[in-house]
Design a protein around this ligand. Structure first.
Ligand code: ZN
Length: 218
């Protein structure tokens, strides 16, 4: 889950965060705010449709995010003081829609594409430079991954070579026993990352270099 800093938010949003913290929905870690477990449960039980985030709000963010690929890549982005939590939520949803559709809902690493009976896919939009490091919502700062590969990417267990767009796996995996799950990841070493539908949305080399230096375990 992405963390955010209270400093960048408006007074009204700060009051709301304080209220949500007293409710136990938000926790504070290393100066950043995160959703707590009960916060997550609340969000899962009350998806944005139910808390009245309208489709047009997401569409508006989707347009902004889509337009950003026409401009030079911006790796970092500080949340504007004027942006509300509601806007951040809509933006998050829009980022996911734009990124996962470029990969047709396939995990770019393991190729998993799994829908539930309602047609909702197990596909996440991973930020290459994480939100907690002020990574931007430019779609080129995103890759579509399944939950497992997303976690492994965020933990630096897997990364991507910026030029070749091939997958790299952390060397510690080799020390694990044959037949164990980590061995499954070693076989992705050198495999080409799944391609995007429109090359304008290819993952940014700048972002991947940052990930390799700051997050990848090597
Ligand atoms: Zn995967």
């Amino acid at each position: 889950m992405q963390g955010w800093s209270r400093k960048t938010l408006s007074n009204q949003a700060r009051h709301r965060i304080d209220w949500l913290r007293t409710m136990g929905f938000i926790k504070l870690e290393n100066g950043f705010h995160f959703l707590s477990e009960s916060g997550w449960n609340f969000v899962l039980q009350h998806p944005p449709e139910l808390i009245a985030i309208q489709k047009h709000e997401i569409n508006k963010q989707e347009k902004l995010i889509t337009n950003s690929v026409l401009k030079p890549f911006k790796p970092f982005e500080v949340i504007e003081k004027t942006s509300s939590l509601r806007q951040a939520f809509a933006r998050d949803r829009a980022f996911r829609i734009v990124v996962v559709s470029q990969y047709d809902y396939y995990c770019a690493v393991c190729n998993l594409k799994l829908p539930n009976p309602n047609g909702i896919y197990l596909a996440e939009a991973a930020h290459i430079i994480p939100k907690r490091n002020q990574g931007s919502d430019d779609p080129r700062n995103g890759i579509c991954l399944c939950g497992n590969c997303h976690w492994a990417f965020d933990e630096g267990i897997i990364s991507v070579k910026p030029e070749q767009l091939t997958i790299m796996t952390a060397s510690y995996l080799k020390k694990t026993e044959p037949q164990e799950t980590p061995q499954k990841y070693i076989k992705y070493n050198g495999k080409k990352l799944r391609n995007v539908i429109d090359n304008n949305y290819l993952p940014s080399k700048i972002a991947l270099e940052w990930h390799n230096q700051e997050i990848f375990l090597g």
